[in-house]
Design a protein around this ligand. Structure first.
Ligand SMILES: [Zn+2]
Ligand SMILES: [Zn+2]
Length: 421
C-alpha cells in the first residue's frame, strides 16, 4: 500500500477496544504509528488501522445516506462539510435465471428413466414475511454493506430513500405534519415522479417510437384550469411535447383530462422490506423520497451517480469529496451444474460443483499482476487465469498462475477503490 501524495484517501481508524473513531487523512502520522507498532492494519480495502493504545473518543455527527435500488446501492457517509466514505454497490441480478434453470432441470428429471421418487415440489411452507430469493438477497446485501460502514465509521444517523415519490401525499394533499411542509414547487416534483412512474417512464403519445429519452410532464389542460392533479398530467417525450406546443404533433384522442389510468401497482417491496429491517437493527433511521433527492442534486449542480444521490440523501450535498469511491460487487458463492442448461461437447458430464481451487486460486480472488490489482474472473485447469477489474474490463484473458500474487481471498462482496472526477 503506497502512501504517496497522489493517493490522499481517507484512512479509517478503530479504537483499541474495537469502536470506530473519526477517520484521518494524515498519512504521515499513520505511517509513524504503524512503524512504532502503536497501530496495526486490520483491513486493506478500505484501508483501516486499529490503535494499540487508549484514545479519547472524539466524534462528530456523521450521517449515512443510502440510495437503495434493485441494481445498485449508493452509500455516502458525510459530516456537514466532508465526505468520509462513498461507495457504489452492484447487486446480483442472476438469481432469477439460475433458479428457474434449476427448477427446469429438476423437473425434466422426472421424464428420464430414474428410480421412483416421491413428488416433493409442494411440501414447503412459506413463512410470514417470506421474500423471493432474488429480493431477499438484495435486502441482505443492503444490510451487509451498511453494517460494514458502521464497522469503520461512528455513524450517528442513517437516511434511506424508500421510493421515488410519496404516494400518501398525492392521495391526501391536505396531509399535515412538519415533514409535509415543503412548499408548492417540491409538491409538484413529487406528483411529477408519480406521473412518470404511472406512465411507465414512456411517452404516452408516441410510446417511445421517437427514441427521445428526455421525458416531460405535460398539463393536459392548462395548469390554471386543470390544476396539478395527476389526472391532468401526462408523460410526453420532449420531441412530442415540443411538437404539440408548436402545433406539429397532435395527441391521441384517448388523452384528455380526467381520463382513467390504470392504478399503478405499488412498487418497491424490496426497498420497504429493507427499510423495515433497518429500523429493527439501528436507531435513528429516517426516510426520504427520490423527488427530494433529485431536487437537491439538480439544485446543487451535481452529476448523476448512485453515490452522489446518496450524498444528497445524507442531507449534506455540499460536503467535499476526495474523489475516492469504493466499488463493490456482490458475487455468487457457488457454481453448480444444476444451475446451467448448456450441454457440453462430447456429452461429458461435469462435476456437480466447480472445484474450489484451481492451482491454488479461487474464482474472484483479488490478485496482483504486473503492479496491477485485479480479480480472477475465469480459471482454466491449465492454470491460466482470466483477469478483469470489477466492472468487467478485461485486463488479460490468459495469465499463468505463477505470475500472480494473491492479495485477498475471495469474499461474497468484492471491493475496489477508484478515483473519480
Ligand atoms: Zn413521444
Ligand atoms: Zn405541455
Amino acid at each position: 500500500m503506497g502512501f504517496g501524495k497522489e493517493t490522499d484517501f481517507v484512512i479509517y481508524v478503530i479504537s483499541k477496544n474495537g469502536q470506530p473513531l473519526m477517520p484521518t487523512e494524515n498519512h504521515a502520522k499513520v505511517r509513524i504509528l504503524l512503524k512504532n507498532e502503536k497501530a496495526k492494519v486490520i483491513k486493506r480495502c478500505p484501508f483501516t488501522i486499529q490503535l494499540a493504545y487508549d484514545s479519547t473518543n472524539y466524534t462528530q455527527d456523521i450521517t449515512l445516506g443510502v440510495d437503495s435500488g434493485s441494481k445498485h446501492i449508493g452509500l455516502s457517509a458525510t459530516t456537514k462539510d466532508k465526505v468520509l466514505f462513498e461507495s457504489d454497490v452492484e447487486l446480483r441480478n442472476d438469481i432469477v435465471d439460475l433458479l428457474s434453470t434449476r427448477r427446469q432441470n429438476r423437473r425434466t428429471r422426472r421424464n428420464r428413466k430414474t428410480r421412483y421418487r416421491k413428488p416433493r415440489f409442494d411440501n414447503r411452507k412459506r413463512k410470514d414475511g417470506w421474500l423471493a430469493p432474488s429480493v431477499q438477497n438484495k435486502v441482505d446485501t443492503h444490510l451487509t454493506v451498511i453494517h460494514k460502514v458502521y464497522e469503520i465509521l461512528p455513524i450517528t444517523k442513517i437516511i434511506v430513500e424508500v421510493a421515488s415519490f410519496d404516494i400518501q401525499k398525492i392521495k391526501n394533499p391536505t396531509i399535515s405534519g412538519t415533514e409535509y411542509q415543503q412548499g408548492e414547487q417540491l409538491d409538484f416534483w413529487n406528483i411529477r415522479e408519480y406521473v412518470l412512474f404511472r406512465d411507465g417512464h414512456m411517452c404516452r403519445c408516441c410510446k417511445g417510437k421517437s427514441k427521445d429519452k428526455i421525458l416531460n410532464v405535460h398539463h393536459i389542460e392548462s395548469r390554471k384550469i386543470g390544476g396539478d392533479a395527476p389526472n391532468n398530467l401526462i408523460t410526453l417525450c420532449e420531441t412530442c411535447h415540443k411538437g404539440y406546443h408548436k402545433g406539429t404533433v397532435s395527441l391521441p384522442k384517448t388523452i384528455h383530462r380526467g381520463m382513467s389510468f390504470k392504478d399503478a401497482a405499488f412498487m418497491g417491496i424490496m426497498r420497504w422490506a429493507f427499510y423495515n429491517r433497518l429500523k429493527e437493527i439501528y436507531s435513528n433511521v429516517s426516510l426520504t423520497y427520490g423527488y427530494i433527492t433529485k431536487n437537491t442534486r439538480i439544485g446543487n449542480n451535481l452529476p448523476k451517480d448512485h453515490y452522489v444521490d446518496a450524498r444528497c440523501i445524507s442531507g449534506n450535498p455540499s460536503a467535499v469529496s476526495d474523489g475516492m469511491v469504493y466499488y463493490q460487487k456482490k458475487v455468487r458463492c457457488h457454481n453448480r451444474q444444476i444451475h446451467k442448461n448448456t450441454i457440453l461437447k462430447g456429452g461429458n458430464r461435469k462435476r456437480n460443483q466447480a472445484p474450489y481451487e484451481v492451482t491454488g486460486f479461487r474464482l474472484y480472488d483479488k490478485v496482483r499482476w504486473k503492479a496491477q490489482i485485479c480479480f480472477i474472473f475465469g480459471r482454466r485447469s491449465t492454470g491460466r487465469m482470466d483477469l478483469r477489474s470489477l466492472n468487467g474490463t478485461k485486463i488479460n484473458a490468459s495469465v499463468g498462475y505463477k505470475n500472480l500474487k494473491l492479495l485477498e481471498m475471495r469474499k461474497n462482496t468484492l471491493i475496489e477503490i477508484r478515483k473519480v472526477g
